[in-house]
Design a protein around this ligand. Structure first.
Ligand code: ATP
Length: 215
């Protein structure tokens, strides 16, 4: 179980709080707006109304005790930047900050953020990739070149074993696992047979994946 400080409870912050709750993590939620704090009370461990650009307030939360601090403030970049910077000064172990414009990424990284999330950009890429093929169920871009995808088994592959397809040799793509009835199985062998009920998890270079799955 991780201890997370979540600052900013707009739609983005609220969804983060809900997911962390599902994952059983401890969350201290903070917003300057009382209504927004009240709206998350049922699924966070603790909550405080306060201004995260106020050093005294932030210090009173015991920043060093959190495994991760998330700054989910979007529109007010000044507040977001000041908060990320103060968190680092107060000894935060890890600061993840939200950017809502490309140029903000580098400023946040220079001013206290260890990682930056840029939801609009990341989800736009995810949406574009997903809509290019009906076979794509999930998509994670690892870097500019490499991705993990979950795909339904292409029609021509049904009934074949992994060794028969030999896509590692042909395309440099690895099959990491198969999902059946919602359950992911990573213990696959060369003899695992692909069926229409299964989906496959593959890892490989973007270009090779596009070629192999006609994306
Ligand atoms: P979202 O895009 O997530 O729906 P939003 O557009 O409603 O959010 P933002 O300006 O992005 O609002 O801010 C996110 C949240 O951060 C808001 O609930 C806002 O009250 C809160 N917030 C902004 N500045 C501070 C601050 N200095 N201290 C604490 N909370 C803040």
């Amino acid at each position: 179980m991780k201890s997370i400080l979540l600052i900013g409870l707009g739609r983005f912050g609220r969804h983060i709080a809900l997911k962390l709750h599902d994952l059983n993590h401890q969350v201290m939620a903070v917003d300057i707006d009382e209504e927004r704090v009240n709206a998350v009370l049922s699924f966070v461990t603790n909550a405080q109304i306060g201004d995260s650009t106020n050093e005294e307030f932030l210090d009173s939360l015991g920043i060093r005790n959190f495994d991760t601090c998330i700054v989910a403030i979007g529109d007010n970049f000044q507040n977001s930047l000041e908060t990320a910077s103060l968190l680092k000064e107060l000894g935060a172990k890890k600061v993840i900050a939200r950017a809502s414009r490309g140029v903000q990424e580098k400023f946040l990284l220079r001013n206290g953020a260890d990682e930056v999330v840029y939801p609009e950009k990341q989800l736009a890429a995810w949406t574009a990739i997903r809509c290019t093929s009906e076979n794509i169920l999930e998509y994670i871009e690892l870097d500019d070149n490499c991705s993990i995808l979950e795909l339904s088994v292409p029609t021509g592959w049904i009934g074949k074993t992994i060794i028969q397809l030999d896509i590692r040799k042909k395309y440099g793509i690895n099959i990491l696992g198969v999902r059946e009835n919602g359950k992911l199985c990573m213990e696959i062998t060369a003899d695992t047979i692909l069926t229409s009920e299964k989906s496959i998890l593959v890892l490989g270079p973007q270009k090779a994946i596009q070629k192999c799955f006609h994306i």
